[in-house]
Design a protein around this ligand. Structure first.
Ligand code: C2E
Ligand code: MG
Ligand code: MG
Length: 412
């Protein structure tokens, strides 16, 4: 399907014909496969394929080009294509009966683009960029690649190129924030947080460039830079120093090379594995995939602890908690900030209770006030992180201060 479709697209672009492309991605397909098996998944794909066919005009081409991705190639113009995209979404959303008698209901997002004198690869890429917008939004299901999207897309690609250069030229640096043991007030670990020392724009926070990196393999280069720097720093700390905790993107976690890469860094720097912790964010797509699970198992077998970051922001948190073999859970700031409200405190109570029962460490993130600290302490939360203790600061500056405090304490 994919090969046939691409050659059709090439042929049209060779003949300089204008093509309209709708790129459709199913929502909630993976759970169908997981819950009902691959035969049910295949059945769903066939039903969706037939429905898409029945929705488009006879002269349009429909193809499946990836796991749960379909494309429609048409020669209709903008407004027609938008209506067609809406119809495609509607057709997919009708309930589907499985061979076993159960019924499932899927959703779909569509990105579309129209190209004249555009190569087939570029047209596909544009439709994919629009699809990304549709998927990222809760409100819209259908998005067009228009002038505004094109500008944002080229900005993003500009940032991507600049970031690639920045990583190569060592413009990144590490800040860090302590994770404090509530019973002793001591920093038991520090979280490395990447910053970009941009030559013109100054110090940039990760929110401005990590999401850009995450859209491509650039995130792997970024994470590798951070891992190497963090492990280098950790290897030079005296025994008894805090652990260094490093964020790794979900995309990277699925890569089979990650565990080997970290392992060889530990060897190269002669760094004991128990000085390093990896944080993975549950909102990242695919952290519950088999590939991510394999990485987590290998890291832990090597002696590296793993924490589930930003817990409570994803949509299937409890599934992750049950499935992933982890050492610690970091409760997201959004939950900690409502701990003084009855609903908020009930949820935090439940998370802490669960973690205790499973012998997992619990870290409260984003603690900003003494009241929050007291409420957390009363609930038996062991660890906390937030502006109340320290804002992120250059990693060496923070470590020097922690060491000075420890020395001072020992002298007293
Ligand atoms: P995170 O891992 O959940 O990191 C915690 C973020 O919360 C940090 O933002 C930190 O500055 C902020 N924070 C800590 N305490 C407080 C508080 O009391 N109040 C408020 N309002 N915020 C607080 P930062 O450094 O901007 O990092 C944002 C996110 O970027 C991180 O969230 C992490 O997901 C990602 N990130 C940071 N460094 C890296 C990295 O090296 N690699 C990857 N892949 N992602 C990174
Ligand atoms: Mg983190
Ligand atoms: Mg976090």
């Amino acid at each position: 399907n994919r090969a046939g479709f691409l050659s059709l697209l090439d042929q049209r672009s060779d003949e300089n014909l204008s093509s309209a492309l709708a790129y459709l991605d199913l929502d909630r397909f993976k759970p169908v496969n997981d819950l009902y098996g691959h035969e049910a998944g295949d059945h769903v794909l066939r039903v969706v394929g037939k429905r898409l066919h029945a929705t488009v005009r006879g002269s349009d081409a429909v193809a499946r080009i990836g796991g749960d991705e379909f494309v429609v190639l048409s020669d209709c113009d903008g407004s027609d294509l938008e209506r067609m995209a809406e119809r495609l979404v509607g057709a997919v959303a009708e309930p589907i009966e499985l061979p076993g008698g159960q019924t499932v209901q899927l959703g779909a997002s569509v990105g579309w683009a129209i190209g004249e004198h555009t190569t087939s690869g570029e047209l596909l890429r544009r439709a994919d960029v629009a699809l990304y917008l549709a998927k990222a939004s809760d409100e819209i299901r259908v998005a067009e690649y228009n002038a505004e999207v094109a500008t944002r897309d080229s900005d993003r690609r500009g940032t991507e190129n600049e970031l690639r250069r920045a990583i190569a030229e060592d413009e990144l640096c590490l800040h860090a924030q302590p994770i404090v043991e509530l019973s002793s007030g001591q920093a038991v670990s520090i979280e490395a947080l990447v910053r970009w020392e941009h030559p013109e724009r100054g110090l940039l926070s990760p929110g401005l460039f990590v999401p850009v990196a995450e859209r491509s393999d650039l995130i792997i280069d970024l994470d590798r830079w951070v891992l190497a720097e963090a492990i280098r720093v950790a290897s030079r700390l005296p025994a008894g120093s805090p652990k260094v905790s490093v964020n790794v993107s979900g995309r990277h976690l699925r890569s089979p090379e990650l565990a080997d890469f970290i392992s060889s860094l530990l060897d190269d720097y002669r760094c004991p594995a128990d000085r390093v912790q990896i944080e993975m964010t549950e909102t990242h797509e695919g952290i519950d995939s088999d590939a991510a699970l394999a990485t987590v198992n290998r890291l832990r077998a090597r002696g590296i602890s793993v924490a589930l970051d930003d817990f409570g922001t994803g949509f299937s948190s409890l599934t992750h908690l049950l499935r992933l073999p982890i050492d610690a859970v970091k409760i997201d700031r959004s939950m900690v900030s409502v701990i003084d409200k009855p609903e908020g405190s009930a949820v935090v109570d439940a998370i802490i209770g669960y973690c205790h029962a499973q012998q997992l460490d619990v870290v409260a993130e984003g603690v900003e006030t003494g009241t929050q600290e007291r409420l957390l302490r009363e609930r038996g939360c062991g660890l906390a992180q937030g502006y109340y203790y320290s804002k992120p600061r250059p990693i060496m500056e923070l470590l020097d201060e922690i060491t000075a405090q420890a020395v001072g304490k020992a002298a007293r």
